[in-house]
Design a protein around this ligand. Structure first.
Ligand code: SF4
Ligand code: SF4
Length: 316
């Protein structure tokens, strides 16, 4: 179920101070690019992957969330809600009526109600990015902009990346690649390392589980690979979706034939952490898999990709 605040991209452009909606920031990450990194997650994504591990990053505006397990049942939130729907006694929230005013977040003493997303200026983001310069320099790290989908807020993402490069900070961007090329290109021109998701080689299967087909994504992947300094393909391996040998063969062949600059694929194994997160924002977790991904299966798919001359890692 979607909130009423699930609306269009909220990007302020043509103003002196470019700003955007940030979903989260995280320091000292060692997983999303080289070295020690600060991660800036922008809110809003054009895809709706059923297994999404951060569903609260999908909509483009700040939204309210509810942690039923933290709720004491004190009901302080109920009178705070101007719409009268902040029911907590049974853990029930009528999300379809929520206008994201965040009054209940203020009222709750137990952090059972939270806000996902806030507007930040590029200056505010840069202030966070600069805090760990010493670690970036020692580890070869830097800033990684992700999401949601960073390219869905192009002016904001571009300016963060440009300012980082200007200040000597290594830049990486995580992307699903679904953006008009000219806009996408204008963002990735300031990227040192592009972490590019390819989810499925079949257009119909891709659309069935992500909401969009893959043609723009594959086109952009080829163009981006000719433009950026370094690119790693990331392959979220999802049981009963993209784990067939045929799909992995097609992916290996596609990378070898069309993206000669790409030497590495990171397999990201499925985990079900997104399930509880969907509940916190009143959404149903639609993804269901009959089969599990055994180590043996993951390793055999890894071998297929390696047969195309790719260096392949397995992560989660
Ligand atoms: S104020 Fe917080 S703890 Fe109290 S009922 Fe509402 S959500 Fe639960
Ligand atoms: S954010 Fe909370 S107080 Fe505001 S409308 Fe939604 S449920 Fe009611």
């Amino acid at each position: 179920m979607r909130c009423k605040n699930d609306d269009a991209p909220a990007v302020a452009i043509n103003t002196e101070e470019i700003s955007g909606i940030v979903f989260d920031t995280q320091r000292f990450s060692i997983h999303d690019g080289h070295g020690i990194r600060t991660l800036i997650f922008l809110k809003g994504c054009p895809l709706r992957c059923e297994w999404c591990t951060n569903p609260e990053s999908q909509t483009f505006s700040p939204q309210a969330g509810f942690f039923a397990e933290k709720c004491s049942g004190c009901m302080k939130c109920a009178p705070a809600c101007p719409y009268g729907q902040a029911f907590c006694e049974s853990g029930r929230v009528e999300w379809e009526k929520c206008e994201a005013c965040m009054n209940c977040v203020e009222a709750c003493m137990y952090e059972a109600r939270v806000t996902y997303g806030k507007r930040m200026t590029v200056d505010e983001v840069m202030e966070i990015a600069r805090r760990d310069m010493v670690f970036f320099e020692k580890s070869g790290g830097g800033v990684t902009v992700g999401g949601g989908e960073a390219a869905a807020q192009p002016a904001f993402a571009r300016e963060i990346l440009r300012r980082c490069q200007e200040e000597g900070i290594h830049t990486a961007m995580e992307t699903c690649g679904y953006a008009p090329w000219e806009s996408f290109k204008s963002v990735i021109q300031y990227v040192d390392l592009l972490l590019y998701d390819i989810k499925h080689m079949d257009t119909i299967a891709h659309k069935a589980k992500t909401g969009v087909d893959n043609r723009l994504i594959l086109d952009n992947a080829v163009k981006a690979s000719q433009m950026v300094r370094e690119m790693i393909v990331r392959f979220p391996l999802i049981p009963d979706f993209n784990d067939s040998e045929e799909n992995v063969q097609r992916m290996g062949m596609f990378i070898k034939d069309n993206m000669p600059g790409v030497r590495r694929v990171d397999i990201l194994r499925y985990h079900s952490v997104g399930e509880s997160k969907h509940a916190r924002i009143g959404r149903e977790y639609l993804f269901k898999a009959e089969n599990e991904l055994s180590d043996e299966k993951v390793n055999s798919l890894k071998s297929i990709l390696e047969s195309f001359g790719l260096h392949v890692t397995i992560g989660g």
